[in-house]
Design a protein around this ligand. Structure first.
Ligand code: 5GP
Ligand code: MN
Length: 330
């Protein structure tokens, strides 16, 4: 493990205004890192603004500080204008500037930009970057950053970072979970985190509609290639019937992934009438980031994804299946 990049540390120390952002469709690591770092930097008397392309998903609204996140680019523009030269932008948990969302070009004009990330295929964007693909989560890196800065981690920040780490490791189960990950999590508990409260917020707090949606999504299951490939789907109609949103599908992919014979689990989502988003999860030696890359996406070896426009669910499945059969052949 490396310590935080010197350029990132110096940039933070030098600036009084800090704009934080992360990828659209933010997950627990994206939000936990953004909110945890907000709290840490505010503790250093910085003026901090967090920007997100879209509202905070309901699942994560228990995180302290999430109501302060801005989704209005005008507010960000004002903040940057007021800061004059005293501004630093930090992109968190984001492997590629396009994943910053619809305002990515404007966000990229708020320089300098530092990137803190753990994605394998990080494109190398930004004026400086601290990228460590072997890390469990960006949240784990933010903990080390706070230590390197000599900054205090408040109980609120600890809660955010613990959420980031525990969600991105699948509750400390994925390969990226290291001794250091546990050491950081242990320290966060010492700082006041109650793991059972966070787990309750994340995993025992769903609507009945989500369970009904799960029934429909699991009913769509298809198995291929000697039961090594499992595919599930969600359509806009399923969401409408169960009064749910796409955010309610979080974690569904873990059900097909959990089947003994399955090496690759696929979740094909109709996110809009003409837009399909695909999540891929692999176990063992399969590398789904290579498959995602062939469709213009990316991610990690064991968890990746991509998005396509202008094709239906079935067409995307048909294009994907031969590549997956190849990947799971041996
Ligand atoms: P999820 O399936 O949870 O949406 O995404 C899993 C991982 O795949 C994410 O952490 C991210 O690294 C990657 N990923 C998902 N969708 C995309 C995409 O459209 N483009 C890229 N580059 N990566 C993606
Ligand atoms: Mn992450």
């Amino acid at each position: 493990m490396k310590s935080p990049d010197q350029a990132v540390l110096e940039a933070i120390q030098a600036k009084g205004h800090i704009l934080l952002t992360t990828h659209y469709n933010p997950d627990g690591d994206a939000l936990g890192s953004l909110l945890g770092l907000t709290e840490i930097l505010e503790g250093m008397n910085k003026l901090v603004l967090g920007y997100l392309d879209g509202p905070v998903p309901p699942l994560y609204r228990f995180l302290p500080g999430c109501a302060q996140i801005q989704t209005d680019i005008e507010k960000i523009r004002d903040f940057v204008t007021q800061a004059k030269d005293d501004i630093l932008t930090i992109c968190l948990d984001c492997g590629d500037e396009k994943r910053l969302g619809k305002n990515s070009l404007e966000l990229m004009s708020f320089r300098p930009i530092m990137v803190i990330d753990h994605h394998q295929g990080n494109s190398g964007f930004g004026d400086g970057a601290w990228v460590e693909p072997h890390r469990s989560s960006t949240g784990e890196m933010i903990f080390d950053l706070a230590e390197a800065l000599g900054a205090e981690i408040s109980p609120r920040a600890a809660e955010c970072l613990y959420t980031a780490i525990s969600t991105d490791t699948g509750s400390f189960r994925y390969e990226s979970t290291s001794a250091h990950t546990f050491a950081v999590a242990g320290e966060l508990v010492r700082l006041g985190v109650r793991p059972e409260i966070i787990a309750n917020n994340l995993y025992d707090n769903y609507s009945l509609g989500r369970l009904r949606l799960m029934q429909e999504v699991l009913a769509s299951l298809e198995m291929h290639g000697k039961d090594r490939i499992a595919i599930i789907k969600v359509t806009q109609k399923m969401l409408a019937r169960t009064f749910t949103t796409m955010e309610d599908t979080e974690h569904f992919i873990n059900f097909p992934r959990a089947v003994r014979s399955v090496r690759v689990a696929v979740f094909i989502k109709e996110v809009a009438p003409d837009v399909v988003s695909v999540s891929l999860r692999a176990k063992g030696q399969c590398d789904v980031s290579l498959v995602a890359a062939q469709f213009g996406g990316g991610g990690h070896r064991n968890a990746s994804g991509f998005r396509v426009k202008g094709q239906g669910l079935e067409a995307v499945r048909d294009a994907l299946l031969p590549l997956l059969l190849q990947e799971t052949r041996s």
